[in-house]
Write a protein that binds this ligand. Structure first.
Ligand SMILES: *Cc1c(COP(=O)(O)O)cnc(C)c1O
Length: 396
């Protein structure tokens, strides 16, 4: 039996996997200890859970456990990485290179750093959202201290040429940070292959709990330093103080362990459902355009522009399907998505764009339902649109 509503907004957040929840429960109850309490069993048990999670997270990205620093999420990790490097390397230089389609938690950090005298360079992106690595190589100079480019975009799913970016940064001896929140568990992520020095992660985009994330900080060749942004107590090797949230850390670890063993099969299944959704819609409707890259995108992403169809009206007409228009984080605003603008989409088409985000718990039945519903509602809305009628009349 098909259960409504259908959740297709997995880029905003994912449900917690029942196995993850199960692993978290003991640490809310009997094993409530403080992982920093060294003198008794309660503390030891908590510490053991944290250590185990740290190993699991490190394994998924091919890092060493001590290179994983727990934070409250990818927003905090991005803040720590960028502000931390900016502060620590201030005397070396003040130039930071990024892209215009980063998550707000990177863009807003850069904005606030520009008030402190840092120079922020935005690389161009093409119509797919890809940065140009030649432009990157050209823009790096001896004042450049950091390059921050996301692994995969949260709206259009585009996967950047991360290995090449990492290679250039390595050659030019500039630190490279990547926000991998949308990539973890969807594509292989390997900090060594990517030549990345800093990587932001979170749990709630990969079937773990909210409010927990991590920053990978490379410890060798080169050893990366940064200024902590939260002081007090020296937890997490001094990079991030505060009592660790043991239950959600245990959940994050389990989520990574599941991703490690199941990703290959899961990704195939989800990509198949995504392709079915895409071809189902585009074969039955004209003037539907794909936002993002047809191949270089995460397997769970489908961002479509339905010409002559206001995205918010479409969503209102199919309330039993949870999707989003523009970026989830700015859906309060009426401004078209800055990501869609940056890839050159007209305001009109941006306002007609819907992001479908598939996930672990979606079924084929749900996809079939969604295809039918979207096709029906788009036809309905176009049928009452004067602009659509006018455009069709002109074509005749
Ligand atoms: C969700 C997301 C974030 C923010 O992560 P939180 O853990 O919610 O703070 C940052 N970057 C990207 C790419 C995201 O998708």
């Amino acid at each position: 039996m098909l259960k409504l509503p259908i959740y297709l907004d997995n880029h905003a957040t994912t449900p917690v996997d029942p196995r993850v929840l199960e692993d978290m429960m003991p640490y809310f109850k009997d094993d409530f200890g403080n992982a920093a309490s060294k003198s008794h069993e309660f503390g030891w048990r908590a510490k053991h859970a944290v250590d185990k999670a740290r190993v699991r997270i490190a394994m998924l990205i091919n890092a060493e456990p001590h290179e994983i620093i727990f934070t409250s999420g990818a927003t905090e990790s991005n803040n720590l990485a960028i502000k931390g490097v900016a502060e620590f390397y201030r005397l070396k230089g003040t130039k930071i290179i990024t892209s215009p389609i980063e998550h707000k938690s990177v863009l807003d950090v850069c904005k606030s750093l520009s008030k402190w005298g840092y120079e922020i360079v935005f690389l161009n992106v093409d119509k797919y959202g890809l940065v140009d690595i030649n432009e990157l190589a050209d823009r790096i100079d001896d004042k450049t201290i950091l390059v921050s480019i996301m692994t995969a975009n949260n709206e259009i799913g585009t996967i950047q040429p991360i290995n090449e970016i990492g290679e250039i940064c390595k050659e030019k001896k500039v630190l490279f940070h990547t926000d991998a929140a949308q990539a973890m568990g969807k594509i292989p992520v390997d900090v060594k292959e990517m030549n990345t020095h800093l990587m932001s992660l979170n749990a709630h985009k990969m079937y773990g709990p909210k409010g927990i994330g991590a920053l990978y900080i490379r410890s060798k060749r080169p050893r990366v330093s940064l200024s902590p942004q939260i002081d007090g107590g020296g937890h997490e090797r001094g990079f991030r103080s505060g009592t660790l949230n043991v239950p959600v850390i245990a959940g994050f670890g389990r989520a990574c362990e599941i991703a490690q063993t199941e990703m290959d099969d899961e990704v195939k299944r989800i990509a198949m459902l995504r392709d079915k959704l895409q071809s189902g819609i585009t074969s039955k409707l004209e003037e539907v355009y794909l936002n993002g890259h047809p191949e270089k995108r995460v397997p769970n992403n489908l961002n479509l522009a339905f010409a002559y169809t206001d995205a918010d009206s479409l969503m209102t007409s199919m309330k039993e399907i949870a999707v989003s228009s523009g970026s989830a984080c700015s859906s309060e605003e009426v401004e078209p998505s800055y990501v869609l603008k940056a890839i050159g989409l007209s305001d009109d088409l941006a306002h007609c764009s819907i992001r479908f985000g598939l996930g672990r718990f979606n079924t084929e039945e749900e996809i079939d339902y969604t295809v039918n519903k979207v096709v029906e509602k788009v036809k309905e809305l176009r049928g009452i649109s004067p602009v659509y009628k006018l455009a069709k009349a002109e074509l005749k």
